[in-house]
Design a protein around this ligand. Structure first.
Ligand SMILES: Nc1ncnc2c1ncn2[C@@H]1O[C@H](COP(=O)(O)OP(=O)(O)OP(=O)(O)O)[C@@H](O)[C@H]1O
Ligand SMILES: [Mg+2]
Length: 266
């Protein structure tokens, strides 16, 4: 837990939910004024694919992760740490929030290493330096984090810096765990669904793992469920809720009913 009292809150938004009806940024601005200390993590999947195609690159995925060759890495960095991050920061500032955009590279916030040679420049999170975030939160800034990590590759006597494309859900889970924060995923489904398409109201880590192993949670839901388990095992509470429903973030934080899935220990 952070040093100044309230438990911080990590919120992850997906590319799929930021539309015209979405009130997430307004809700975040409101939370920031109520002394909730949010950290925003964003993805940018659809926009990266869009820019890849504009540049004649074909998006390819293995187990939900983008195969990232060098030209695709350039696109991912430009879109995530540039376009998406700065638009979110600018929009939050328009709502009166002191938002600061950072990629995991900045201040070496997120050290990573290559995840799998087949995926190219895709990283797995190795270490998070939480000090920078805690300072920002203490000064009432709202950190907005783009999922690009830094890998210092040993080469001869020195090191070579390599930026790596990270999964934003995993980043959110790691940040929540190291900050001792609660975690909220806003996505495009009304929570984690069971095999019949019904929202599962509550999951323990053991049941959550079984859902992934049993193939009920698939694709983009897998890293979210795993991140929620990570946050819960570190002492927090985690939720997957519907980001398309106006005001859902604000209502959840203030204990009003929101459809979705809560993750808790046993
Ligand atoms: N058991 C499940 N319950 C709910 N959704 C599931 C489940 N299994 C798979 N999914 C899929 O996971 C998707 C959510 O993950 P997805 O990666 O698409 O969204 P996101 O991470 O919010 O956005 P983006 O990745 O575009 O930034 C749902 O739209 C659904 O298709
Ligand atoms: Mg996703």
């Amino acid at each position: 837990m952070g040093s100044s009292g309230t438990r911080p809150l990590v919120v992850k938004i997906g590319g799929s939910t930021l539309g015209a009806e979405d009130t997430t940024l307004e809700d975040l601005a409101w939370l920031a004024r109520q002394a909730v200390r949010p950290v925003l993590v964003h993805g940018g999947g659809p926009l990266i694919s869009d820019w890849q195609r504009r540049l004649g690159l074909e998006p390819r995925f293995i187990r939900g992760l983008r195969v990232t060759d060098e030209p695709s890495l350039e696109v991912a960095i430009a879109v995530l740490a540039g376009l998406v991050n700065k638009q979110l920061v600018a929009n939050l500032q328009a709502f009166g929030v002191r938002a600061v955009g950072l990629a995991g590279v900045d201040g070496a916030l997120i050290r990573a290493r290559p995840a799998d040679p087949d995926l190219g420049f895709v990283g797995q999170v190795e270490r998070v330096d939480v000090g920078l975030l805690e300072r920002l939160l203490e000064d009432s800034y709202l950190p907005v984090i783009a999922p690009v990590g830094i890998y210092l590759e040993a080469v001869g006597d020195g090191v070579r810096p390599v930026c790596l494309n990270l999964n934003a859900d995993t980043v959110a889970g790691e940040l929540a765990a190291v900050l001792g924060a609660d975690l909220i995923f806003l996505t495009d489904t009304p929570g984690v669904l069971d095999g019949m398409g019904q929202t599962i109201p509550e999951l323990t880590p053991a049941r959550a793992v079984a859902l992934v192993e049993g193939g009920v949670a698939r694709g983009g839901m897998i890293p979210k469920v795993e991140a929620c388990v990570r946050a819960v095992e570190a002492g927090g509470t985690a939720w997957v809720i519907d980001g398309r429903v106006s005001g859902s973030l604000r209502r959840l934080v203030f204990g009003e009913g929101v459809a979705g899935t809560v993750f808790r220990t046993g």
